[in-house]
Design a protein around this ligand. Structure first.
Ligand SMILES: Nc1ncnc2c1ncn2[C@@H]1O[C@H](COP(=O)(O)OP(=O)(O)OP(=O)(O)O)[C@@H](O)[C@H]1O
Length: 605
């Protein structure tokens, strides 16, 4: 390989490889003691501590309409603020109930429009009049119940989008899902289950959804429910009967019971563990959008967005990656999404982001991961232009350990780049974005054939399309090392053809400020022939760990996170989320992706 050593004193300015929408700032100051007053005097507290946000961060606090929140003032304990109008009322002098009552006509208007199945009118009322989204008619049906009765999945979707309570109860203690099951509304049943409705709830007669579907001979609904692993087939109603007792085809119930028995062996422990985490016992079918509050957009990738979310029962902050089913299916990328979910669900490593849950809505696939508040290396690099060598070395050690772990399990990452390295709260580097990873690759320099990766981060063997293996990750480690030290990837060119040409043929330009060991390591990693590349031998990561560049590294200390990492101040703005992330883009159900749901606790032991 031709290597040119050139003196570079100032790094070239780094051109952004990825553009970001940087939103401007609205700083709010949530207080732990914030309370919300609503009809029925329900008191909740705002759960987000502001300490994790940087100066100028945007904190999204989109509260449901009609909430009157405690506001600060001279006597804060007597002041409430109408979230809709912003008006602050001192309840010692003004009757806040009157204020609330002015909203009732709007509720009546909403109920009427829903009963008449007038979608546009409902939408307008929700936007303009701000009625109670859980308004009830005289029989105690909420507007969501009424929309199910009207048979309009579009209306149901709209109300869910406006945060209608999915498991609200009417006077017979029936949920909207029970009504859909009784009526045989297949699409709405599916829609509500996907959105997280409870399928085991019991009404005033202790009938479940399955009882009601069976009594009303709704065969398609029965089939749909029997496919749900979380369905409890043994619940008895007031007549002491299980749903099967009302069926003329008991065989399918018995088969479902058999299937559940087989599966329960696999997931029993996990479920117990999962449930013990909090009082709301979650299960695979139930973890869904309603368990999380979306606070801000923190990153954007090619296939979706990453949001900062808060798990409502524990107040834990997590990162949620949202993939759009329509985009993925259109571009035939379903297998990449599934790979990401599979690899992440199998991985538990100090330097790989942990997947906590995976769920899907009708049009989105969601991965809930640990939140890394330090931002990604790409945005830090853009600000700092290049990093000091000692810091680069620390990040490399963590990436080597992460890749070593993946390789031991015959997984190649294939997408190593600064954008996919995020920093945790202690400054440690964590790998994220497993969409391009490949399972089942044993070879070091062949085994996978797809042409993938970000253009500036393609290994020469990928461009040649002659097959690539684990060694591709070591080449990309060299690319990352180079970029962190120099400010841009090796061979970088704006023109795609030129870039590809450079990757295959151009001389490697190495600035003189890099240490000799650093230069040797870069040359060994950026070796074009994968068979000759450092790390391509049987030893894999061991070959790299043994390089003199890492002589001063105690690998056990790194693995145990016993080293001190620099904490970089994060200047990236959080981007305010104006829309409901779970807005149902298309009211037509996209196909359900089997095997997507995941809850970490199920496999922990
Ligand atoms: N766990 C996390 N914690 C904090 N930020 C994260 C996390 N995961 C991802 N991000 C941020 O979101 C950005 C995009 O995430 P990710 O790379 O997974 O999306 P993608 O759509 O797969 O992107 P790509 O176009 O690279 O394939 C990252 O660059 C990072 O800034």
């Amino acid at each position: 390989m031709n290597v040119q050593q050139v003196p570079i004193t100032k790094p070239p300015s780094r051109s952004p490889m990825q553009t970001y929408n940087i939103a401007k700032i609205i700083k709010t100051e949530p207080s732990q003691s914030d309370r919300q007053f609503s009809a029925g005097h329900r008191i909740e507290r705002s759960m987000l501590s502001p300490s994790f946000l940087d100066e100028g961060s945007v904190l999204v606090q989109k509260l449901p309409p009609n909430k009157l929140v405690k506001a600060s003032g001279k006597y804060p304990e007597f002041c409430i603020r109408d979230q809709d109008t912003g008006k602050v009322i001192d309840i010692r002098y003004q009757d806040w109930r009157n204020n609330w009552n002015t909203k009732s006509p709007n509720n009546a208007k909403l109920i009427k429009a829903v009963k008449n199945n007038c979608y546009n009118e409902v939408r307008e009322i929700l936007l303009k009049d701000k009625p109670d989204i859980n308004a009830r008619d005289v029989e105690g049906n909420t507007v969501l119940h009424l929309s199910v009765m009207s048979g309009s999945s579009k209306l149901v979707g709209l109300l869910l989008y406006h945060e209608a309570q999915i498991d609200s109860l009417n006077s017979k203690l029936q949920t909207p899902l029970m009504i859909a099951c009784s009526l045989g509304a297949e699409d709405i049943t599916q829609q509500l289950i996907t959105a997280g409705a409870d399928i085991n709830s019991q009404d005033i007669n202790k009938n479940t959804c399955l009882h009601l579907a069976t009594m009303n001979e709704r065969q398609k609904i029965i089939d749909l429910l029997l496919n749900k692993q979380s369905l409890n087939l043994n619940l008895k109603n007031k007549e002491n009967k299980i749903a099967m007792d009302y069926s003329s085809n008991q065989q399918i119930f018995l088969q479902a019971m058999q299937k559940q028995n087989n599966n329960s062996i696999k997931i029993y422990d996990a479920r117990t563990d999962f449930g013990s985490e909090n009082s709301n016992s979650f299960n695979e079918d139930k973890v869904g959008p309603h368990h999380f509050k979306v606070h801000a957009l923190i990153g954007r990738g090619s296939f979706g967005e990453v949001y900062l979310v808060e798990k409502l029962d524990t107040n834990q902050l997590l990162a949620m990656k949202v993939l759009h089913k329509s985009k993925i299916q259109k571009q035939n990328l379903t297998r990449y999404a599934l790979t990401e979910r599979n690899v992440l669900s199998l991985t538990k490593h100090p330097f790989i982001v942990r997947l906590r849950y995976a769920f899907q809505t009708s049009d989105k696939l969601c991965l809930i991961m640990d939140y890394c508040p330090g931002g990604d290396l790409s945005s830090h690099l853009r600000r700092e232009q290049r990093f000091p060598e000692e810091r680069v070395k620390l990040y490399l050690t963590q990436m080597i350990l992460a890749l070593e772990d993946l390789h031991k399990r015959d997984i190649i990452f294939r997408d190593l780049k600064p954008d996919n390295i995020v920093l945790d709260a202690d400054g440690f580097a964590m790998l994220t974005d497993f969409g391009l990873s490949k399972e089942g690759v044993q070879e070091h320099y062949s085994g996978a054939r797809s042409f993938c990766g970000s253009v500036a981060y393609l290994a020469p063997e990928m461009l040649k399309r002659c097959g690539h293996g684990k060694a591709v990750d070591w080449y990309l480690l060299g690319v990352v090392m180079y970029e962190l030290l120099v400010g841009q990837p090796p061979y970088y060119a704006n023109d795609r053809e030129e870039l590809f040409n450079n990757i295959q043929k151009a001389d490697l330009k190495l600035p003189s400020y890099i240490s000799n060991d650093g230069i040797n390591l870069l040359k060994a990693l950026l070796q074009r022939n994968p068979a000759k590349r450092l790390g391509s031998g049987k030893g894999d990561a061991e070959e790299i760990k043994a390089h003199p560049y890492f002589n001063d590294i105690d690998w056990n200390q790194v693995k145990d996170k016993q080293i001190k990492m620099p904490i970089l101040s994060r200047k990236t703005r959080f981007i305010k989320v104006e829309h409901n992330v779970f807005e149902i883009g298309s009211f037509l159900e996209q196909s359900h992706l089997a095997g997507w749901s995941f809850a970490e606790h199920k496999i922990q032991q």
